[in-house]
Design a protein around this ligand. Structure first.
Ligand code: PLP
Length: 391
């Protein structure tokens, strides 16, 4: 069929594909422990759901402005400035259809055909594809386990070319859980200022950081970066609102206006009553976020204890998000799996556990476990994994 050149090389989201496969097995009655899902298993907090119901009944069902509702933009600007600095103004905020939707629009606004965008691997699955969909070339730089999966500003400086348009940072990181320390972020900000490139900082998991780790936001470094900073956030993980599809970006005004212009021809804006619910989420305080973090902390302890008893599996304790990116090279050799993808396929078939192979994130030899699932299931999944590895 005559599809556009743009989509011919497109790699569909591996995590969404895995979800489809896991759902299919479940429909057939197979009981799968799903470490694949990249989303909270919690319900959206009641106050947020109630706000949406009230909004619906009040007729909050009409078109709105393409940048998102002014009151929501102002609330996001206030929230990010209060937490992380940067003195963001409402006009420097755009709301869109999920963090993913906003990132897509940012790439469209910033990247020209032939431009290079640096991405550190392991990376979140959509980064390279979104760069390619804008006509750009992703330039992959490894962030290695030996360095805590922390991206290296010196490696980025070495990889700069006249075509470099920017780089994507993601902290806390999906899939590695790495939390980039402030001094490293500062060096990236210096690089952006000195070399005139953009930093796109994806901070979708900013609220899920574990004891002993210190989150640093790029938001406060906008000045240091020479105002070359675009920050992306979402309500999806923080408030267990994945299906609502609402996210945002903060960036200098011309970038926000460009993104808004594209959105005016694309989704128009995020759903009206979802924006009202997002405002309610920001107004509701942090209790629900803190409850979820406490729960994730217990689950993290449990899965790390479980993984440490599985032969052939190594890991770095994640500093944030809710994933363990486990090294499985030894396990592959033990069970005769040719790659992480092969291992993941066998784990699904033979051990009935779903994990995402490292190839989806740009590195073989690893699989990602999400621990956004109840403790009983984590314990059962670890039993299955151990039995598989010890066979
Ligand atoms: N950025 C990262 C690093 C993510 O892991 C995700 C979701 O998995 C997103 C962005 C997108 O989130 P949303 O559901 O708001 O589109």
């Amino acid at each position: 069929m005559n599809l556009s050149a743009r989509v011919r090389g497109l790699v569909p989201s591996a995590t969404l594909q895995l979800k489809a496969e896991t759902d299919r097995l479940r429909r057939e009655g197979v009981d799968v422990v799903d470490f694949g899902a990249g989303e909270p298993d919690f319900d959206t907090p009641l106050a947020i759901r109630d706000a949406a119901k009230r909004a619906l009944d009040a007729g909050d069902t009409h078109y709105g402005g393409s940048a998102g509702r002014p009151t929501l933009r102002a609330a996001i600007a206030r929230r990010i400035t209060a937490r992380y600095g940067g003195n963001w103004k409402p006009e420097e905020v755009v709301c869109g259809v999920g963090g993913k939707g906003v990132l897509y629009l940012l790439m469209q606004a910033l990247v020209d055909p032939g431009d290079e965008v640096m991405i550190f691997s392991p990376y979140w699955v959509s980064f390279p594809e979104q760069v390619r969909l804008a006509g750009g070339t992703p330039v992959l730089l490894p962030a290695r386990q030996e360095s805590g999966f922390i991206p290296d500003p010196a490696a980025a400086a070495r990889a700069l070319t006249p075509r470099t348009r920017g780089l994507i940072l993601n902290s806390p990181n999906n899939p590695s859980g790495a939390v980039t320390p402030l001094p490293v972020l500062e060096r990236f900000a210096d690089l952006a200022r000195e070399r005139g490139i953009w930093i796109i900082a994806d901070e979708t998991y900013d609220r899920f950081v574990y004891p002993g780790f210190q989150f640093a936001s790029a938001a406060g470094l906008r000045e240091r970066s020479g105002d070359r900073m675009a920050l992306v956030g979402a309500f999806s993980k923080t408030y267990a609102m994945t299906g609502w599809r609402i996210g945002y970006a903060l960036a200098p005004r011309p970038v926000i206006e460009a993104v808004t212009g594209i959105q005016s021809h694309d989704a128009s804006h995020p759903t009206s009553f979802v924006q009202t619910a997002a405002e309610a989420a920001l107004a509701a305080g942090d209790d629900s976020v803190e409850r979820m973090l406490a729960e994730y902390t217990r689950r993290r302890d449990l899965i790390l204890a479980g993984l440490s008893t599985v032969p052939g599996v190594g890991f770095l304790p994640p500093g944030g998000a809710f994933y363990v990116f486990a090294a499985v090279g030894d396990l592959c050799r033990r069970v005769g799996a040719g790659s992480s993808a092969d291992l993941a396929a066998r784990l699904l078939r033979e051990a009935r556990i779903a994990v995402v192979p490292g190839e989806a994130f740009g590195v073989d030899g690893y699989v990602r476990f999400s621990y956004a699932l109840p403790e009983g299931l984590i314990a059962e999944g670890m039993r299955r994994l151990r039995a598989f590895a010890e066979r």
